[in-house]
Design a binder for this molecule. Structure first.
Ligand code: CUA
Length: 191
């Protein structure tokens, strides 16, 4: 009367199948969480293709290959030419706490551009401009290297970002370093 006698309708999903469905959903959720952490918390960036340039001519025109230039308060930009077998410029000098937008392209073959101790790591394709932004909040030298085999002198392709302290801060830091150096020297003599 109340329907107890009627057969209950179920989906009839095989337990194995159901478990695999849960696992699949779990994997998707896990990847979503991991990618969110990578992008939002760890600041991992995907290099974007900014635009295309003519690989035969772009390197000849400014600001390609020129030193980093200030475009705002603490904002810099630099256009790096990655070619066999050197970077132009080979040295990028900026004050500490600067945010630098780095554009890189190649006039010849495929290269890589990785700055040590940062999350800047790009593939450089001829005629395409790769772009990443990074804030250098600690002074020091950050070497950058070519990460894709591009020919016999691939290993010679490197440069460095020099993050310098300005004014009184810089002098103090230098004195502190010299002081440490002297102490270490004395200790060495005593032994
Ligand atoms: Cu350029 Cu390796």
């Amino acid at each position: 009367m109340n329907g107890d006698g009627a057969p209950k309708k179920t989906m009839g999903v095989d337990p194995y199948e159901r478990n695999w469905m849960y696992i699949s959903i779990g994997v998707i959720v896990a990847f979503f969480v991991l990618i969110s952490i990578a992008g939002l918390a760890l600041g991992i960036q995907v290099p974007t293709e900014e635009r295309r340039v003519d690989p035969r001519t772009f390197a000849d025109s400014a600001p390609w290959g020129e030193p980093a230039r200030e475009v705002g308060d603490g904002e810099y930009e630099v256009y790096v030419v990655a070619r066999t077998f050197y970077f132009e410029p080979a040295s990028i000098e900026i004050p500490v706490d600067s945010t630098v937008t780095i554009y890189v392209s190649s006039p010849d073959v495929q290269h890589g551009f990785r700055i040590q101790d940062t999350n800047v790591n790009m593939q450089i394709v001829p005629g395409e401009v790769s772009k990443l932004k990074y804030t250098f909040d600690r002074p020091g030298e950050y070497p950058y290297i070519c990460t894709e085999y591009c020919g016999l002198a691939h290993a010679a392709m490197f440069g460095a970002v020099k993050v310098v302290e300005e004014g009184a801060e810089a002098e103090e830091a230098e004195e502190a370093r010299e002081g440490e150096g002297a102490e270490e020297g004395e200790e060495g003599e005593d032994e």
